[in-house]
Design a protein around this ligand. Structure first.
Ligand code: FUB
Ligand code: ZN
Length: 639
């Protein structure tokens, strides 16, 4: 099967739903995070130390390294996001700030190309002695991604040159040749970064290094075991069921059948593997990607697109294990899932990949950001009782409110780079076909056609395309029929056409001319959702979805003790556009019953089932929860 090709060069977004997120990011999120990276947030906020570390490493300031070994990566992710934002929101002042940050970074680079502030400040003699835990290659990966983005958007080479020198240094230290470390990163990301670098340099060295990291990982004798033996490094996962699989290194990638270990590491690795598989055409690697995709999305993914069921190791646990209240569901992991999905699309033109991309984007990713762009979730739970988050040691990782910043602040700048680059996920093109994967208003210029997309998605399912072309163009426009959609119509120039989806896309094969139009209209009823019976934690529970959105109940609308709600009925359900609520959302109102707790003093009793009185429930989109103060939240309730 062929893939969906590459992203068209020219996609722009003008979309009521996404504009508000993205404008909030450029107005609030990017400046706010820059303040965080420079420790200018209020004193009760977790410090970042990021830019200070670079200045100390450059000898421009004195002091100790602050934060984690991978602290530099927050700046790189921020810069990458800034670069994407400049594509659609030119801002000379912001570009100057970014240029100055890059100058500080460049000044810290060592004569041999090395650049990681942790080791520059703490002693270069220890560098490359802990590939397992110390993230030097992870930091390099994020630097490369930022450098490629900044160069591609602005044409400025300074960060790219820094990255190229760092890669040359890495290449001189790690690799299959005698005298080099036969290692790979404990935290993947450099694999996909090198593949992006290869795209712009065409330098086989960059492809070779990515391939080496993918193929060497998990091979016997295990590099990490030997490294520990040589250096005396601690092995934190020695007595854990994960062992080296925490690092995605328990076995070679082609033998790995399940998504295991640290979820972000897994998603980033699988994305890099898919990149290498596509570029090299290696069938066994492609098969590994399919197996890992299946494990991730058919047995280990939440309805919100969250992945990582356990806080222990921020990791995957086992099939169908989906606790709603102790879930990890790191924002970065869902972002990684979107990276993986997009790369699978490029391997195979199947809508299931875009379905997952959409699920994560509209639910478990944007839930990570406060609507004002200034607070963030690291963990994205599906059930919250604030008191439990405070008092239960097993729920300390679950926050009932988004946080201003984190000591480990991987998620906030990841959100920036994800949402500022949304253009790259909407469509792809092959020689003959333009694929539309996501329904986002704006313009897709592809294959001699310009498609102007108008829609109110996700609030309704009507997508209108105006076609513009200088001359008639023979081309296929392939439009995804989402897995949630059970009824749709397609009209070309107001004439109904009957198309059966193939691999989840309707294929409109025409000679297109200026002034043509397509109307793709999907019915978008409320859907009563049940979980696979194998998911123990959701047995007997239901929730609501509409279009791509998962809905939830909040205390603000429905009172406390949400666990007492049951007998959900769609009989008189209402769908309502509420422009003043949560930045403008469609709410759902349904009938249900609330069990009474009055008169119960005993903990346990053999009395008849408690009386339950009719109530109206007000549901809001899951992504928007926790924007109206502290309170309970639940996605699933009893049927
Ligand atoms: O280790 C770097 C990042 O910090 C990971 O991707 C996140 O899960 C967090 O642990
Ligand atoms: Zn994160």
């Amino acid at each position: 099967m062929h893939g969906c090709g590459k992203t068209p060069n020219n996609v722009t977004i003008d979309d009521a739903f996404w504009n508000s997120f993205r404008e909030t990011l450029v107005r609030e999120g990017i400046p706010y995070q820059w303040d965080a990276l420079n420790d200018r947030l209020p004193a009760d906020t977790e410090p970042s130390y990021c830019m200070r570390n670079f200045r100390i490493a450059a000898g421009r300031e004195t002091g100790k390294h602050g934060g984690y070994v991978f602290q530099d990566s927050d700046v790189y992710k921020w810069l990458e996001g800034v670069a994407y934002s400049l594509r659609w929101h030119p801002d000379p002042a912001l570009e100057t700030v970014a240029d100055e940050a890059i100058a500080d970074i460049a000044a810290a680079q060592q004569p041999d190309g090395y650049l990681d502030t942790y080791y520059i400040i703490n002693g270069l003699e220890r560098r490359w002695t802990n590939l397992k835990d110390h993230h030097e290659l992870y930091v390099a990966g994020h630097m490369i991604e930022a450098a490629v983005a900044y160069y591609t958007v602005t044409g400025k080479r300074q960060l790219l040159d820094v990255a190229l020198r760092f890669v040359d240094h890495i290449d001189s230290v790690i690799g299959p040749e005698e005298g080099k470390l036969h290692g790979y990163p404990g935290h993947p990301v450099i694999e996909m970064a090198l593949m992006r670098l290869y795209e712009i340099t065409g330098d086989p060295k960059h492809l070779r290094l990515a391939e080496y990291f993918v193929n060497e990982r998990g091979q016997a004798p295990l590099f990490f075991e030997e490294e520990d033996r040589r250096t005396g490094n601690a092995f934190h996962w020695k007595d854990s069921p994960f062992r080296y699989q925490y690092y995605q290194a328990g076995k070679p990638i082609r033998e790995q059948k399940d998504a295991e270990g640290h979820a972000v590491r897994a998603m980033y690795l699988f994305s890099g593997v898919a990149d290498v598989a596509r570029e090299t055409g290696d069938e066994s690697l492609k098969q590994a990607c399919r197996d890992l995709w299946k494990s991730t999305t058919k047995r280990r993914m939440y309805i919100t697109g969250a992945v990582g069921s356990t806080e222990y190791g921020e990791a995957f646990s086992f099939d169908y294990d989906m606790p709603n209240d102790t879930v990890y569901g790191e924002t970065c992991a869902s972002i990684g899932l979107v990276f993986f999905a997009r790369r699978m699309l490029m391997l195979e033109a199947k809508s299931e990949y875009a379905d997952v991309m959409e699920r994560a984007l509209y639910n478990g990713i944007i839930s990570g950001m406060q609507l004002n762009g200034r607070k963030f979730f690291y963990v994205n739970p599906l059930e919250v009782v604030p008191e439990a988050c405070r008092m239960d040691p097993h729920k300390q990782h679950v926050k009932a409110e988004r946080q201003k910043w984190f000591g480990c602040a991987c998620c906030p700048p990841n959100l920036i780079r994800m949402l500022t680059s949304l253009e790259d996920y909407i469509a792809t093109e092959t020689e003959n076909t333009t694929y539309v994967h996501l329904f986002v208003g704006g313009r897709i210029v592809s294959g001699g056609l310009s498609l102007d997309v108008t829609t109110r998605y996700p609030w309704d399912g009507n997508i209108h395309f105006d076609v513009h072309a200088d001359r008639p163009v023979s081309r296929t426009i392939a439009i995804r029929v989402p897995n949630w959609c059970h009824a749709f119509t397609v009209r070309v120039n107001d004439t109904l056409v009957s198309e059966t989806p193939r691999d989840g896309y309707i294929h409109l094969v025409r000679i297109w001319g200026d002034g043509d139009s397509i109307d793709f209209e999907m019915e978008m009823p409320i859907r009563l959702m049940r979980a696979n019976p194998r998911i123990r934690k959701d047995a007997g529970l239901v929730t609501l979805c509409r279009g791509p959105l998962v809905y939830c109940l909040e205390e603000a609308d429905n009172g406390s003790d949400l666990h007492l709600l049951r007998s959900l009925s769609l009989a008189n359900a209402r769908i309502q556009w509420e422009p003043q609520t949560l930045g403008g959302v469609v709410t759902l109102t349904t009938e249900a019953r609330r069990e009474s707790k009055s008169g119960w003093d005993e903990l346990y009793d053999d009395r008849p089932e408690p009386a339950a009185t009719p109530v109206e429930l007000r549901w809001i989109p899951y992504y928007a929860w926790a924007n109206r103060g502290l309170g309970e939240m639940r996605v699933w309730i009893r049927k």
